[in-house]
Ligand binder design. Sequence first.
Ligand code: ADP
Ligand code: MG
Length: 182
Amino acid sequence: HKGWIEVICGSMFSGKTEELIRRLKRAKIARQKVEIFKPSTDKRYHELDVVSHDSNSIRSTPIGFAQDMLLLGGSCDVVGIDEAQFFDEGLAEVCVKLANSGVRVIAAGLDMDYLGKPFGPMPALMAVAEYVTKVHAVCVRCGDIANYSYRNAASEEQVLLGETDSYEARCRHCFTEGMKKK
Ligand code: ADP
Ligand code: MG
């Protein structure tokens, strides 16, 4: 049987994009038809590339709405999605439709925002996925495993595109300590 959903989640710098690129490159080696989408709100780095923090990259198609993937991704063997947390609430339904029609869907995204709250369409997507992989960063304060994205900047927008100077990966303890001081 073909068609299922894989989710790769974790904090910033946890290697979500790296892991997504690793899986997609292997699918390409096996001559699978692969398409990679990202929300057009993500304007970091090159517009058309999905780029990891260690500068590994793969060509992608920026789209405005999750729905747009049905038309473009329906004829693929594998559909990759990066920065999935920035998509609209229709994301889970779209991924289910693709998987039902035989597509292997691999979505990478932040499971929590900078406040430690579930991020956008991710909880619903994780619920319907066959596989959920949580990857971890290293806490920049203490070296433990980090699952939070701590915001140094004062901004209160949920969508503040990340750079090293405005966010840092933190473990539960160091994240909680930082939030107390705010
Ligand atoms: P994500 O997509 O989850 O933000 P990336 O795949 O883009 O992550 O980047 C992961 C890379 O980020 C690591 O391989 C490493 O080179 C770098 N990095 C920077 N800061 C950290 C950190 N605190 N913990 C782990 N990796 C980090
Ligand atoms: Mg990433």
